[in-house]
Design a protein around this ligand. Structure first.
Ligand SMILES: *[C@@H]1O[C@H](CO)[C@@H](O)[C@H](O)[C@H]1NC(C)=O
Ligand SMILES: *[C@@H]1O[C@H](CO)[C@@H](O)[C@H](O)[C@H]1NC(C)=O
Ligand SMILES: *[C@@H]1O[C@H](CO)[C@@H](O)[C@H](O)[C@H]1NC(C)=O
Length: 550
């Protein structure tokens, strides 16, 4: 007999805020009708029956059998709140009075979900096991997974299966699911250099990621315009490089972001892009190359100086700090869009080139730099991802270097994926998924994003296996706290389904109704997810007063 421990003592509340569905047939005409109780992303295998059960906050409990840990307990609490309230706050008395619980009470109830797992690592990683199986039946409902990461994905699915039926009651259909992601790397890039994003915006995005089973937050934390990362080793970097003393991420902020991500099974990979994209790194003396005009310094500064040993000493210390601060163990080293004109104008760089025998070929100098920084990262024990240029220019970097493919959106990435994987590197695809380029979901529709397949390029089976996933990018030129959520969501969810669900699930028409439901789900959970499927409605529309939990 299983030993069940009641982990989570359910709160005694007498009723719940329910939403009344149309009682009179409506003649309104949305473009897409939402589904009810359909998951997003779609699981690998699912069987649903017409048998339904009620789920009641008065009786329902999450239980666990065997291994327990803080991540599990926190997840039980989060999902209890999500399922029964939609927001953290309990419904008001007015709401309870306006929508009393109704229904005949004859349906069977599901009173517990028993969660079984065998491992609970402290942090998610590049080999997190996210597979789970979920069964919902009258006698027992079970969620089983080897690890907590699969449990988190399964709890998300379970919460999505529960819907408000026409009788106004929380309902779930009898269901059997076996699920695991198609790709292990399912990322979202946010850019906090071009516009600073408040920590609360980053946390909201982490919630939205968890709701769509994305599992890597690519934190593009610094770039040319500003350096908001407050380094403990080099405080000058943000002192001189942040937009203002308010536009910084303190060490505590970083811890908070990492912890919020951890409990949701999301990795945080910071990017410290060099040698280009470093105009804000003025806080370190002699790091950036002075540019010359007619053999005289012209007051401008170019990319990082690859010729000075002090550069590599500084980077070693910075990488050590990152290794200690970000538990994921991966860093994105950058390496994109390196302009050679400033290097070429500087007499000291030119004589270094001659001494090295680079024959006035600045691509060789760039490759030399890339090789040096991958060695430094190896020395401090960091794994790394780079933008595709590092591979394109033929830098002799280790085989384990992962290439993030970003060029170009109009299909050039097909050849690039073939090229990078032919060289034996693992690849992540982002080119077709630059969400900041979406001007209007109608003129640049989500269907295009949905149809992309990261393994659709000419190559062998082994090459296809080297594609570990993809990433939605939200670059920050015109994106700040006011619009980051609606511009990112639910568009990033579209890519999330492409990266999680089976390859043959490809029909946007069939997905549209589920996507409409998922958008409403995000709204109900407190996120301003915009409409991307055209005219339509949510059972519960956005109401800022009810969504103050962040
Ligand atoms: C769930 O059950 C209801 C009621 O029997 C049925 O109408 C609905 O189609 C079922 N849902 C799914 C996804 O099959
Ligand atoms: C930090 O900046 C100050 C003021 O510009 C400078 O005097 C100091 O040397 C800098 N420290 C480092 C480590 O670069
Ligand atoms: C410059 O060097 C790169 C990398 O070694 C090489 O691929 C390229 O052909 C060289 N360019 C010229 C003009 O020699």
């Amino acid at each position: 007999m299983m030993l069940l421990m009641l982990l989570y003592n359910c709160w005694s509340i007498t009723s719940i805020c329910v939403i009344s569905w149309f009682s009179i047939p409506s003649l309104a005409k949305p473009t897409v009708f939402s589904t009810v109780g359909e998951p997003w992303p779609m699981p690998m295998q699912r069987t649903v029956s017409d048998i339904t059960y009620n789920v009641s906050p008065e009786t329902f409990c999450f239980n666990h059998d065997g291994v327990n840990c803080d991540l599990l307990q926190q997840a039980f609490q989060r999902y209890y709140n999500i399922i029964f309230y939609g927001t953290i706050e309990a419904p008001s008395q007015e709401a309870l009075d306006a929508y009393p619980l109704k229904g005949d009470g004859e349906k069977q109830q599901i009173n517990s979900l028993i969660v079984t797992m065998t491992t609970c690592p402290e942090y998610p990683s590049d080999n997190s096991n996210e597979e789970y199986s979920l069964t919902v039946h009258e006698d027992t409902s079970n969620l089983e997974s080897e690890s907590i990461w699969g449990v988190l994905r399964g709890l998300e699915t379970f919460s999505q299966l529960i819907y408000i039926a026409k009788d106004g009651r929380l309902t779930i259909n009898a269901t059997d699911i076996v699920d695991r992601p198609r790709f292990p790397y399912r990322g979202l890039l946010l850019d906090t250099s071009r516009h600073f994003l408040d920590v609360s915006s980053l946390l909201k995005n982490l919630d939205a990621m968890a709701y769509s089973k994305l599992n890597v937050f690519h934190f593009h934390i610094v770039d040319n315009p500003s350096f908001p990362y407050q380094s403990s080793t080099f405080p000058n970097l943000s002192q001189q490089g942040a937009y203002s003393p308010n536009h910084v991420y303190t060490q505590d902020d970083i811890d908070r972001i990492i912890e919020y991500a951890r409990v949701r099974g999301i990795r945080v990979i910071p990017e410290f892009d060099t040698p280009g994209h470093t105009e804000s790194w003025h806080g370190i003396q002699n790091l950036l190359v002075p540019c010359y005009t007619d053999n005289v310094p012209n007051g401008l500064f170019g990319p990082v100086d690859p010729t000075e040993e002090s550069t590599y000493m500084f980077l070693t210390e910075l990488y050590k700090e990152i290794k200690n601060k970000f538990p994921d163990g991966f860093i994105h080293l950058g390496g994109d869009e390196v302009k050679h004109t400033c290097w070429a104008s500087n007499p000291r760089i030119v004589s270094f080139m001659e001494a090295q025998g680079f024959n006035n070929n600045f691509t060789k100098l760039e490759g030399y730099y890339d090789e040096r920084i991958t060695q430094l990262a190896d020395q401090v024990g960091l794994d790394y991802i780079v933008w595709q240029e590092v591979i394109d220019i033929g830098a002799k970097v280790p085989q384990k270097t992962i290439a993030l493919v970003w060029k170009d959106a109009d299909g050039g990435y097909v050849d690039e994926l073939a090229k990078v994987t032919a060289k034996g590197h693992r690849a992540i695809l982002s080119s077709p998924w630059y969400l900041n380029r979406v001007k209007d979901p109608h003129t640049d529709p989500w269907k295009k994003y949905y149809k992309v397949d990261p393994q659709n390029f000419p190559g062998t089976k082994d090459q296809k296996k080297l594609v570990i996933g993809g990433e939605a990018c939200m670059w920050g030129e015109y994106v700040d706290d006011t619009n980051v959520i609606p511009r990112t969501w639910p568009m990033a969810s579209v890519i999330a389904e492409r990266l999680w669900s089976p390859k043959d699930l490809r029909d946007p028409k069939a997905a549209a109704s589920r996507l409409a439901e998922h958008k409403c789900r995000l709204v109900w959970r407190g996120l301003q997810a915009q409409s991307i499927t055209g005219p339509g409605f949510c059972p519960q529309e956005w109401n800022s007063r009810e969504h103050d939990k962040y």
